[in-house]
Design a protein around this ligand. Structure first.
Ligand SMILES: CC(C)(COP(=O)(O)OP(=O)(O)OC[C@H]1O[C@@H](n2cnc3c(N)ncnc32)[C@H](O)[C@@H]1OP(=O)(O)O)[C@@H](O)C(=O)NCCC(=O)NCCS
Length: 88
């Protein structure tokens, strides 16, 4: 997870797991902990995430942890979906 606290720029949330660890709920578990840290400890107001429109597993992870679909973006290599999560 990377961010620039005082820059005023959007802060992007992302993850990559080794293939041997897929399909066991680990991304959801780790992303939930990171999101909680971002909101509760870092006091960030919102986080953004982009995901390839074909990456259903990652979209599912984002939705399971509370990200909400916002819009799509046409890129040279395909379509990305943008999501946002806001602090309660
Ligand atoms: C995306 C990624 C992080 C998922 O990790 P993971 O530990 O397997 O994810 P989880 O097990 O926590 O959850 C995956 C969810 O997607 C679902 N899913 C997996 N493959 C799917 C598919 N092909 N179609 C629909 N749903 C799918 C799973 O059933 C699960 O949902 P559920 O709990 O409702 O059953 C992992 O595949 C990865 O690192 N991929 C390469 C990098 C990447 O794509 N990063 C994200 C860039 S935006």
């Amino acid at each position: 997870m990377g961010y620039q606290r005082d820059s005023g720029l959007p802060i992007e949330f992302g993850y990559t797991l080794a293939r041997s660890s897929w399909g066991r709920g680990l991304a959801t578990e780790a992303a939930t902990a990171c999101l909680r840290y971002a909101f509760e400890k870092l006091r960030l107001p919102e986080l953004f995430a982009s995901v390839d429109s074909r990456n259903t597993a990652s979209q599912r992870v984002l939705e399971k942890i509370g990200f909400i679909y916002q819009r799509e973006e046409q890129l040279a290599g395909g379509i990305d979906f943008w999501y946002v999560a806001r602090s309660a």
